[in-house]
Design a protein around this ligand. Structure first.
Ligand SMILES: [Zn+2]
Length: 255
């Protein structure tokens, strides 16, 4: 599968995946017009729509693109009512020759799911894991969000991470405040700044890069642990791991 980034709104990426037969699927079409333009420009035929969670910037263009005939895959029990093919954790969907597995990743919202293709190492994770950061917890608990991120972090290092927003520079500024001595992180920040200066996307990243540099996957790294204790207090030493994650997430909210 090939993946096209379709920028929309301020900083969203709507992802169009397609095969060599010209069949295409779109992930999280918050707006229909830029997707229709990308499909036309690449001579692609839209076969279906994948939704990760109910927020309007991920669903706003879905019904227009579906035209009442194309499947709209998405989480079961979602506040978004346009889903024609509700998916539970562990479900599989077939997009042409490519099989995608559904991972329930609650936290940002309760209905949030991710789509993972193990053969090619592709992950579409919406607003759960971001390049260098993670989504805000609007509906779920720290325990849920931490569990979801740990699940994504356990995927193979080479897995390409297609998140839904270009938040990378702001995320990495926070990451450097948490872990100023992380060489891989400093190198990543330089590379990301260079990409953005040229107007290029910093997404996709990889699970390996996130594990090395994303503080929300590193709350148990000694340096992050120390920074957290300095910021949020010594009681965190004995607390469950999800509490350290939660303290890190609140620190980022205040940052
Ligand atoms: Zn969202």
């Amino acid at each position: 599968m090939k993946v096209l980034a379709v920028p929309a709104f301020q900083d969203n990426y709507l992802w169009v995946l397609h095969n060599t037969a010209g069949q295409a699927w779109v992930v999280d079409p918050g707006d229909a017009a830029p997707v229709e333009a990308a499909l036309a420009a690449h001579n692609l035929s839209l076969e279906g729509i994948l939704i990760t969670h109910h927020h309007f910037d991920h669903t706003g263009g879905a019904l227009q693109l579906a035209e009442g005939v194309r499947p709209i895959y998405g989480p079961e029990h979602s506040p978004f009512e346009g889903i024609t093919h509700p998916l539970e954790d562990g479900a599989r969907i077939q997009l042409g020759e490519a099989a995608f597995e559904v991972l329930a990743v609650p936290g940002h919202t309760l209905d949030h799911i991710a789509y993972y293709n193990a053969t090619e190492g592709l992950l579409f994770c919406g607003d759960t894991l971001f390049a260098g950061g993670c989504g805000r917890m609007f509906e779920g608990t720290a325990e849920q969000m931490h569990g979801s991120l740990q699940r994504l972090a356990a995927l193979p290092d080479a897995t390409e991470v297609y998140c839904a927003h270009e938040y990378t520079l702001a995320n990495l500024r926070f990451a450097v405040a948490v872990e100023p001595g992380n060489e891989a992180l400093l190198a990543r920040q330089q590379a990301a700044e260079a990409l953005r200066a040229r107007g290029e996307a910093t997404v996709p990243s990889t699970i390996g890069l996130e594990r090395a540099t994303n503080p929300f996957l590193r709350a148990e790294a000694p340096a992050v642990h120390q920074a957290l204790i300095a910021e949020a207090g010594p009681a965190l030493v004995a607390a469950p791991a999800c509490d350290r994650f939660g303290a890190l997430r609140s620190w980022k909210d205040r940052f």
